[in-house]
Design a protein around this ligand. Sequence first.
Ligand code: RTP
Length: 149
Amino acid sequence: MAEQTFIMIKPDGVQRGLVGEIISRFEKKGFYLKGLKLVTVDRAFAEKHYADLSSKPFFNGLVDYIISGPVVATIWEGKNVVLTGRKIIGATNPAQSEPGTIRGDFAVEIGRNVIHGSDSVESAAKEIALWFPDGPAEWKSALHSWIYE
Ligand code: RTP
């Protein structure tokens, strides 16, 4: 199976009408959309997603933020999609994100940074299993040979 990553548009991204813009950037790059849903998660679910950060001082605020409204959960597939997805998203703190990245173009504050992307193939697998227990969609793009050699 080709590499997959989990990308979540956070509540601020949904409220600000950035869903189409963000999905468009991943589509235009040449990645394939393999899962998509609008969902409002509860505290226990958000705490599970961010379990690795549970000792951080910003953990409770982060969980409050993620459960404050609907998010758009997505799965994307393609060559190096985990690392390239992180580059498309930009640095965690928007003050350091380059223009041209999603956070560089649309965010100001670290606690309102619009989007999440898995940081490794292993965490992508864990996050996809958590958010999409039925797994990714199976389909093959007719454009595949125009994107990949
Ligand atoms: P994400 O998981 O959301 O893609 O972000 P990331 O890997 O770039 O950053 P990570 O260190 O995993 O932090 C997760 C999210 O927590 C919020 N955060 N707030 N107030 C703070 O100092 C602080 N640090 C991190 C951000 O929303 C970050 O995306």
